[in-house]
Design a binder for this molecule. Structure first.
Ligand code: ADP
Length: 276
């Protein structure tokens, strides 16, 4: 009898666990569904705003052939800049969903952080994120360790952090990059600026998708609000972490990330490939 009861209790426990797992799975699926719904809603909203500007500008240009040349130019520039914003948004959105759905093929290899940094810096300067970029200081040392990463993605992370640091810092400010080993097989890279800073309660939120301090309408710096979410996805793939520090408004910001170091030197190191 005891044996029968024990068997029945065992079966009941297994069933209860199966139900609990099913319940858990259901909750996870519902959460995923909510995320997908929110994402589509937010993306739709973010795309509609620039599209409306483009439409209004083109309608005015079409309906007022005698519009003064100066005003025509203003309208054209507004339409062009919002078209560019839409292009960036779609590009960043596709990159993020590619990363989140696990459709990216990862092939980390030994890379020179110095070369990746040089490439990112020239990408940032070539993109002309704004008219007058602040002074940018990068480390000048020949013995930086090699890191284990995917070149094009590492260049993307560094360029996004440099773009942001330049965007949110006045031209008389300073952006600096620092690299240090932490003794636990990781390299810590810091992109610091003397710019507008981040409120302490926003240090984590800045990594949320579409977070931007100013709303879409007041934005003067462009951007999509997806850059840091993309960086976090990439860095975590290599087992690193990325976080922000700031003493508050107008006190500058520091973005740090960690990345695995290659312990023994490979025979041949690969050049990083330019993504952009
Ligand atoms: P984007 O730069 O395209 O707006 P990001 O995801 O890269 O999007 O950044 C999200 C937000 O985080 C920015 O809009 C800004 O409000 C804040 N932020 C990012 N980097 C900095 C920085 N270096 N200094 C101050 N604020 C920053």
């Amino acid at each position: 009898l005891i044996e029968t009861i024990a068997t029945q209790v065992g079966v009941a426990l297994i069933q209860a666990e199966a139900y609990a797992n099913l319940e858990d799975l259901n909750q996870q699926l519902e959460a995923l569904d909510r995320t997908r719904y929110n994402l589509v809603a937010i993306t739709g909203h973010e795309l509609r705003t620039p599209l409306s500007t483009i439409q209004v500008c083109l309608e005015s240009l079409a309906s007022e052939p005698d519009m003064p040349q100066e005003l025509r130019q203003v309208m054209l520039n507004a339409a062009l800049s919002d078209a560019e914003r839409m292009r960036k948004l779609i590009q960043d959105f596709l990159t993020l969903s590619q990363l989140e759905s696990g459709r990216v093929e990862w092939n980390p290899e030994a890379l020179s952080i110095q070369e990746c940094l040089d490439l990112s810096l020239s990408n940032t300067l070539a993109r002309k994120v704004k008219e007058d970029v602040p002074q940018i200081v990068v480390p000048v040392t020949s013995n930086l360790p090699l890191v284990q990463a995917d070149g094009e993605w590492l260049v993307e992370v560094l360029a996004k952090l440099l773009d942001n640091a330049c965007k949110f810092t006045d031209s008389d400010g300073r952006v600096s990059v620092d690299v240090e080993t932490n003794g636990r097989g990781l390299l810590k890279v810091t992109v610091a600026d003397t710019g507008r800073g981040i409120e302490p309660n926003r240090l984590e939120t800045v990594f949320d998708r579409f977070y931007q301090e100013e709303g879409a309408l007041q934005r003067t710096t462009g951007g999509t609000g997806l850059g840091l979410a993309i960086c976090r996805q990439i860095i975590r793939r290599w087992g690193g972490e990325i976080w922000a520090e700031s003493e508050g408004k107008n006190k500058g910001s520091q973005f740090h990330f960690t990345i695995p170091i290659v312990e023994s030197l490979p025979k041949q190191k690969k050049e990083p490939a330019a993504k952009i």
